[in-house]
Design a protein around this ligand. Structure first.
Ligand code: FMN
Length: 247
């Protein structure tokens, strides 16, 4: 049996390396999509970025958080950590009763019409590329919807409110009204808005407890924000929350 010559082996190896690179690049390149956990391990799974588990005992009482809550419209350039982002998303829509999959905020008939989209500015969250992400409460993870920094577009869509542009992160609460109106008819519409209010207050209080700032934004062009977050047609934005470190 003839053995392959060294130059043939080299050539074959080069071809394999070239094909491997081509596969990696065609799958979105060598982008960092996970986070480095305390053990130094990068957590990535099925296109989703696993968020660090939320803390369930903080340093501030709920009374103190309520008394300190204010709308904050000035943020420093300091990025959020993935842990801080995860904590806020958990407070907004995280699963707090795994058996029945009930969430942090109440929902009429547990119909859960709300979806959270996160507009991450360039350098807005440590280790996360700029883009639009969607929060999955069931796996406590986020998924990239669109790559790129959309904070300027969002600022324009929110009537040029400076705090939207300055915030490292904007959380958009969107709603699929049909999930609730299917059971409650027209009355379900008000239930959805009430639920967004509950979620918004949780975002405010969690932000206070993390020494972060936020403000509820109701003034924006619905169609423009809808386009920016890239949510399905029946999933429409109803509230925006810029979140950042207080100056
Ligand atoms: C439904 C709603 C919509 C709001 N929209 C905006 C907004 O578009 N821009 C803004 O800067 N603040 C907005 N706010 C924040 C209010 O201005 C703020 O809550 C109010 O001034 C009271 O201040 P506080 O939140 O510090 O108690 C909104 C608040 C609510 C509840």
């Amino acid at each position: 049996m003839a053995y392959p010559e060294a130059k043939d082996v080299m050539f074959t190896s080069l071809i394999i390396v070239f094909i491997s690179f081509a596969i990696v690049i065609s799958h979105g390149g060598l982008q960092f999509k996970g986070y480095i956990s305390e053990e130094g391990k990068i957590e990535i799974g099925e296109g989703k970025i696993k968020l660090p588990p939320p803390i369930l005992k903080g340093v501030m009482s709920v009374e103190e958080a309520i008394s300190k809550r204010r709308s904050i419209r000035e943020y420093s350039k300091k990025p959020l950590t993935l842990k801080e982002l995860g904590q806020i998303l958990w407070a907004a829509q995280g699963i707090t009763e795994p058996k029945r999959k009930f969430r942090a905020a109440p929902s009429a008939g547990a119909t859960y019409p709300l979806e959270l989209y996160i507009v991450v500015k360039e350098g807005g969250v440590e280790g996360l590329e700029a883009g639009i992400y969607h929060y999955d409460p069931y796996t406590h993870s986020i998924e990239l919807v669109k790559r790129g920094d959309y904070s300027y577009e969002l600022y324009k869509a929110c009537l040029e409110q400076q705090w939207v542009l300055d915030a490292p992160v904007n959380i958009v609460i969107a709603a699929v009204f049909e999930r609730t109106t299917r059971y409650y008819g027209e009355r379900g519409v008000r239930y959805v808005y009430m639920e967004a209010g509950h979620v918004g207050e949780n975002i405010y209080l969690q932000a206070v407890a993390l020494n972060l700032g936020t403000v509820a934004i109701g003034a924006f062009y619905d169609d423009r924000v809808h386009e920016i977050i890239g949510s399905p047609k029946d999933c429409v934005p109803i509230y925006v929350f810029p979140v950042g470190h207080r100056v």
